[in-house]
Design a protein around this ligand. Structure first.
Ligand code: AMP
Length: 767
């Protein structure tokens, strides 16, 4: 039977556990419980690279640090231009190279190794694939699904990235479980909750993050009340403090003015070896100081001084000195703890217990600071702080599976059975007393949509119970607006983090036709800007999906895929740039309309480029959309408008066929069909040739009269827009043509309006 496991996908280490009757942490292929979250990309001549994962990869840090990736979790769902990513680059804390992805937008991130680029999701997928394979070997069974833990503070883009990594590794995600909630489950809901229910603060201090969560626990029910923490505060940052200290001490002892410059001058292999050994040595020293009063950091015979002589690093590190360095970090840590409590309008005395988990929670001054804040007796230390999160994930994974092992007879029975079908054991009572009945998750952040003039509109408030759905109606800025670009944000520690964008193409002609049909015979009303209903859904994994519909006209389909920095976003931004350039260049209105019509159909093509489940790019669609954009740019730059011409010819046939000879009609249809075909699939040159052929057909002498009528119509429409009072008299002079003219309003109305250029903005209706 296929198994479902629990995975703690950590910044530094990952752990896998499974629950059958009891919970068991699984050993990896190397016989260890903990797998370093480290991936080495080994180049191979003329072949695809090989990926080494875990302890073996860690060994390569000294030899090929530029090809060995650690702490990839800090990069998942991140943008290259984010402040924190730029800081990582400037501090050189990762020897591998980071850049934007050549297939993505500025909102993407790539890890460059040996001339190849990898997304953080692809690297995380390698770690997950090893965890899955090792678990299968340990269990002797196939593993197809998992509960994967993520920091409570991950935003939607980071969670989406984790899900993508799982899909690439062939794992179905049963739930993305916040790490503190997993830790609480592993502590034993029965041990914490008692009869009356308790409020618990989980303090999860790991390698990369400080993750805080306030939970209420009662009778197997866990309710997430509030979340907080810092994605950039963890053991890695403490190691960085120690690295700075060791370098400063060495510089002082040896009389070196600029030790970082000296390190930079070393040959690359020596420099990389030194930096890798320094990182390992300080981490070892930090861990040692959790049990002893002092230690020493030593790196001998690696660094060379200005004269090329060996320069040994030997720095004494007493615990007191280390604790002095930790003071600012402890202060920000307590600030975050107080913040999360205040967020849910609690006070510290309402917290019944504080659960300490994560490797960095072993540091004595961290434990002391938390005990001083809450009182000694409230603070509980997990016996297996590094394994707790995986255990909690395994317990939930077991709970979400279709069948469970009966705790009494160990045979499989249905998950939803109240008693064991084999031995009659009371499963329901057992779950209430010892297991997890239900978890009520909460939104980790505030979710905003950005409006015209950069105003923010709150769609979902932080800590709202999940799943939740929020629907709001927005009004477009302009009645003529056909293209909309919406930006969605989380606000994390008062900073905006983009989680995805939505591009829509609205066919205003269809919309207008419908309005006109409904209002047949009634007095003509001015065209109002469309209203769009946006629904933001957040599921229990804290994953966002967005739906858009034209209010009152749900049959007018809108494309809707949230793009998150990948190849689709790159194309969307290219298209947006082309439109904004066309606007600045003051192209003729016909050119602009042509470009706008193209953009609408291109948006449809781009929306299918990236598979939302695993971020895979459909190469054929990507190429097609890219070609469409480049062709549109070229057509606009040459001030041409084949589509506008095509619509002109089509409406001529629709409205005036009675006045056109059948042979001329056939000729026109022929040329229209040809232009339509090559416009969709042909090159720029083919399109322009077909457009010239149609133009020649429209210039046929036999169409002179009809062309004149079309121009009168156009003039009437301009009259309608500029002076509606006079328009009545003007149109009254042409009663015979009034009806076809009215039908064609939708097509031509845009041709005379300069404000049709304001298409890329949107507006919120005030309630
Ligand atoms: P985790 O993310 O929970 O696996 O924690 C990993 C982090 O905990 C790394 O930064 C380790 O250096 C750190 N760590 C592990 N054990 C200890 C310890 N006994 N004392 C201090 N830090 C530790």
């Amino acid at each position: 039977m296929k198994k479902s496991i629990g995975i703690d996908l950590g910044t530094t280490n990952s752990v896998v556990a499974v629950k059958k009757v009891s919970t068991e942490v699984l050993k990896n292929a190397e016989g260890e419980y903990i797998t370093p979250s480290c991936v080495m990309v080994k180049k191979r001549l003329m072949r695809k690279p090989e990926f080494i994962v875990g302890r073996d990869a860690l060994e390569w840090i000294r030899q090929e640090p530029e090809n060995t990736i650690t702490a990839v979790k800090r990069l998942i769902g991140r943008n290259f231009h984010e402040k924190e990513v730029q800081e990582l680059i400037s501090k050189q804390s990762h020897p591998y190279q980071l850049s934007t992805h050549s297939r993505g937008s500025a909102n993407s991130l790539a890890i460059q190794i040996g001339g190849r680029e990898f997304t953080p999701e692809e690297i995380s997928a390698k770690i997950l694939a090893k965890l899955k394979a090792d678990a299968e070997a340990a269990l002797g069974d196939e593993v197809d699904a998992a509960v994967i833990t993520v920091p409570a503070y991950f935003n939607d883009k980071q969670k989406h990235g984790t899900r993508t990594a799982a899909a690439l590794a062939g794992l179905k995600v049963r739930r993305l479980l916040p790490e503190p909630t997993a830790a609480a489950i592993s502590f034993g809901v029965d041990k914490i909750s008692g009869n009356d229910g308790r409020t618990v603060l989980v303090f999860d201090f790991g390698g990369g993050t400080l993750d805080l969560s306030i939970l209420t626990i009662s009778g197997g029910r866990i309710i997430e009340m509030g979340k907080g923490g810092d994605m950039w505060l963890g053991g890695e940052d403490i190691d960085q403090l120690l690295i700075n200290y060791v370098l400063e001490e060495t510089a002082r002892d040896e009389g070196i003015a600029d030790i970082r410059a000296l390190i930079a001058q070393q040959k690359p292999a020596r420099k990389n070896k030194f930096l890798a050994e320094l990182k390992t040595a300080v981490e070892r020293a930090k861990i040692a100081l959790s049990d002893q009063e002092e230690t020493c950091v030593e790196i001998l015979g690696v660094l060379l001084d200005q004269d090329g002589d060996p320069l040994d690093v030997e720095v004494e590190l007493p615990r007191g000195r280390f604790e002095g360095m930790m003071i600012p970090l402890l202060k920000s840590m307590l600030g975050l703890v107080r913040g999360v409590i205040a967020d849910v309008h609690f006070t510290e005395d309402l917290i019944d217990n504080v659960l300490l988990v994560g490797g960095s929670s072993r540091i004595p001054c961290v434990i002391k600071a938390v005990k001083e804040e809450f009182g000694q007796e409230k603070v509980l230390l997990h016996e297996r702080p590094m394994l707790a999160v995986a255990e909690g994930a395994a317990i939930l994974s077991h709970r979400l599976a279709d069948t469970v092992e009966c705790p009494q007879c160990t045979r499989n029975t249905a998950q939803n059975a109240t008693t064991c079908s084999h031995c009659g054991f009371d499963l329901e009572r057992h779950t209430v007393e010892h297991g997890v009945v239900e978890i009520v998750h909460a939104a980790a952040h505030d979710y905003y949509i950005k409006l015209e003039n950069d105003q923010r509109f709150l769609m979902v408030e932080k800590n709202t119970p999940l799943p939740c759905s929020s629907t709001e109606v927005f009004q477009l800025v302009d009645a003529e607006q056909e293209l909309v670009h919406m930006k969605f944000y989380n606000v994390v520690n008062r900073k905006e983090q983009g989680i995805g964008d939505l591009w829509l193409g609205i066919d205003q002609d269809k919309e207008q036709e419908k309005v006109e049909k409904e209002e047949e015979g009634a007095a003509r009303k001015p065209l109002l800007p469309s209203r769009i209903e946006i629904t933001l859904d957040i599921d229990e994994n804290n994953l966002v999906s967005v739906n858009a519909a034209l209010l009152n006209h749900p049959e007018v389909a809108l494309s809707r895929t949230l793009s998150r920095g990948k190849a689709d976003e790159k194309l969307f931004l290219e298209l947006e740039q082309a439109l904004s350039d066309a606007d600045k260049e003051q192209y003729s209105t016909y050119t602009v309309i042509d470009l706008q019509n193209r953009a609408r159909s291109i948006i449809g093509s781009i929306n299918g480029v990236v598979d939302p489940k695993n971020d895979r790019v459909d190469e054929k669609r990507y190429e097609q959309a890219r070609k469409q954009i480049h062709k549109a740019i070229k057509i606009a730059a040459n001030e041409e408008a084949p589509l506008t011409q095509l619509y002109y010819a089509e409406s001529m046939l629709d409205d005036y066929a009675v006045l056109i000879e059948p042979r001329v009609q056939d000729q026109l249809r022929d040329k229209i069909e040809r232009l339509r075909q090559v416009d969709e699939n042909g090159s720029y040159e083919e399109t322009m040739r077909a457009s010239a052929a149609l133009s020649a057909a429209l210039d046929d002498k036999r169409l002179a009269q009809v062309n004149t009528l079309m121009q009168i119509e156009n003039a009437s429409e301009i009259c309608f827009k500029t002076d509606p009072g006079k328009a009545k008299n003007f149109c009254g002079s042409f009663p015979r043509f009034w009806r076809p003219l009215k039908n064609r309003m939708a097509l031509w109305r845009r041709s005379c309006m300069p404000f049709c250029r304001r298409w890329m903005k949107f507006w919120k209706i005030m309630p």
